[in-house]
Design a binder for this molecule. Structure first.
Ligand SMILES: NC(=O)c1ccc[n+]([C@@H]2O[C@H](COP(=O)([O-])OP(=O)(O)OC[C@H]3O[C@@H](n4cnc5c(N)ncnc54)[C@H](OP(=O)(O)O)[C@@H]3O)[C@@H](O)[C@H]2O)c1
Length: 293
């Protein structure tokens, strides 16, 4: 979609972290935005900022794990903004822990948030986009969807799922006028879940990974929509060799992860959380709600 002005977007995870950066980037292009997350107060603050940029914005307090909340989100946006042109599946939770210590409910919740909700929101909005021959879905995955991440195995599994989903559906929609892209950020600095982990546990980011600013993730979201790019990885150049090696040989990639300290960093996070008794919590902050049946 080259011309974004006047388009209507749903942005999940719009309340904090990277989401507000994506919201502001879209608003600067003239996109009207529905911001969804559970925390209403933070959503309202982002809405005010976005409206100041001259677009329409609405907030929908929704737990995207719940079918009724997803339905309410799509219905409200269609009724109040109009046809949905853009869906940015950005909401996500990490669950860094030793896999064998993870609470099964935390596992289900992470899969429901990061993968199931994204799949089903896509399923809800794509028929309308295809009918109008206009629209774009952006799934925010992670480098952990390209390179398996020990001590965040479930997170990694959901992100690999999003990458596969995005490429497969994109191909099905070829020629339909509707695009699907996946954006895979590496570690993001200053805002978001990894910056929170660093603040919580005091770990140091391995040099090979480097960190990217949230503005770069937001700019990449705009770019993949505008130029209909299938996949974009957001990392400093230092992160690229690991991706290339992992692509050619996952075993060699994992050896590189060990040698460069990435595995150690995540082991330390898991251990520090376990020591603090915090690895059993659902890492999704905010009000908890029962999972969808
Ligand atoms: N930060 C990084 O370094 C990094 C790196 C690679 C990929 N990513 C990906 O980027 C995306 C954004 O991450 P972030 O770093 O901005 O995370 P974050 O700061 O933890 O924010 C997560 C967002 O998702 C929302 N959310 C979580 N569970 C939800 C639920 N059940 N229903 C509705 N909304 C929910 C949160 O709002 P509420 O809690 O109020 O609901 C919040 O707005 C995620 O998909 C993440 O995996 C992040």
């Amino acid at each position: 979609m080259r011309d974004l002005r006047g388009a209507n977007a749903i942005l999940t995870g719009g309340s904090r972290g990277i989401g507000p950066y994506i919201a502001r980037a879209l608003a600067r292009e003239g996109v009207h935005i529905a911001l969804a997350a559970r925390g209403q107060e933070r959503l309202e603050a982002v809405r005010e900022e976005v409206e100041e940029l001259g677009v329409r914005a609405l907030t929908v307090s929704a737990d995207i794990r719940l079918p009724e909340d997803r339905a309410r989100l799509v219905d409200r946006v269609s009724a109040e903004l109009g046809p949905i042109d853009l869906l940015i599946n950005n909401a996500g939770v990490e669950s860094t822990s030793e896999f064998v210590r993870l609470d099964p409910l935390t596992i289900e919740s992470a899969i429901a948030t990061n993968l199931t909700a994204a799949v089903l929101l896509m399923r809800m909005v794509l028929p309308g986009m295809v009918e109008r021959r206009r629209g774009h879905v952006v799934n925010i995955a992670s480098v952990a969807g390209k390179v398996p991440l020990p001590y965040d195995a479930v997170y990694s599994a959901t992100k690999f799922g999003l990458v596969g989903l995005s490429h497969a559906v994109r191909e099905e929609l070829r020629g339909s006028g509707v695009g699907v892209s996946v954006v895979c950020p590496g570690f993001v600095a200053n805002a978001g879940m990894f910056a929170d982990i660093v603040a919580e546990t005091g770990v140091r980011v391995p040099a090979i990974a480097g960190m990217s600013p949230p503005e770069q993730v937001a700019a990449t979201v705009l770019r993949v929509i505008r130029y209909d790019v299938a996949e974009a990885v957001v990392t400093p150049l230092s992160g690229r060799p690991l991706l290339a090696v992992s692509y050619l040989s996952p075993t060699a990639g994992m050896a590189m992860m060990r040698q460069t300290g990435v595995v150690d960093t995540f082991r330390q996070i898991a251990q520090r959380r376990a020591a603090a008794g915090g690895d059993q919590r659902s890492t999704a902050r905010g009000p908890e709600a029962p999972l969808s049946p």
